[in-house]
Design a protein around this ligand. Sequence first.
Ligand SMILES: Nc1ncnc2c1ncn2[C@@H]1O[C@H](COP(=O)(O)OP(=O)(O)O)[C@@H](O)[C@H]1O
Ligand SMILES: [Mg+2]
Length: 315
Amino acid sequence: MSNAVLEVKELVKVFGETRAVDGLSFHVEQGEIFALLGPNGAGKSTTIRCLTTLLHLTSGSIAVCGHDVVKEPDAVRTCLGYVPQELALDRHLTGREHLELSARLYRLPRAQAKARIAELLELVELAERADDPAKTYSGGMKKRLDLACGLLHQPKLLVLDEPTLGLDVQTRHRIWTFVSRLRESGTTVLMTTHYLDEADQLANRIAVVDHGKIVAQGSAAELKQGFGGQVLKLELDGDAALSEAQWTAVRALEGVSHAEPRGKRILFVCADAQALVAPLTAWLEGEGLALQSLSFGPPGLDDVFLKLTGHALRD
Ligand SMILES: Nc1ncnc2c1ncn2[C@@H]1O[C@H](COP(=O)(O)OP(=O)(O)O)[C@@H](O)[C@H]1O
Ligand SMILES: [Mg+2]
């Protein structure tokens, strides 16, 4: 028996001419935070809406806690809590009223609901503002209220679509703290994000999604390891650019496994970046090229993403 809380197999979702999801397979295990990481339009929300039973699948299969989304949608909905990308709050209702409404949707018994709502308001640090209308809340408070609504019926799987979209840095960090706490309390989380740092910080495992396909998956450390070396980045002074002959020469320097231009910068992939610094700077000097800056170290997820997809995540 696998420990999978979610099993997505060969999922395809077509909208007219658009193959929004083009053969995705992944699984999420009990107790982990799994992130779908990809740019806008990659197919993340569509995947989420298929597995939350909100969209029909074109083909493939999805099981949530062993229940098939097509054959047993009610059982699936009981197992999961869903916090959509777009906020779904009513401006005039208070925080507490939102939770009470959700409790009725999930058919929680009254007494149980009251206790659970009080507990959740504490968890998301909204207890003091619980009886103010949602229109008076900040973006971060609204998001926290949404999170609380998703957690109300103690779902086995919490699904967060872009949980920190558009929030400021401080508020994002606060949401991360909540999500980490959920993991500590045993909740399994599937989240989507287009923030590299978010996936890097929070997720046990990441699936990198581009154009409806998974291009790599693993822990952040595994993905970085798969990059195939360290990175060294340099920026030449002024408008200097390498000639064809210089590119050939620099690529042939000992220790360089890959070199490519990135705007005004050059990126090198190498086994030992530190060992490359001396020969590289000597070569540049010999060519009469001056340096603006140089940095090196292990690759970041941004480097991994660029290598896997051929474009930066922000594009
Ligand atoms: N209801 C829809 N009808 C038509 N096209 C859609 C619909 N929903 C999403 N798409 C398209 O599917 C692709 C993936 O979108 P989406 O899943 O929202 O991406 P992401 O969440 O990764 O930003 C995009 O090209 C988007 O325009
Ligand atoms: Mg989306």
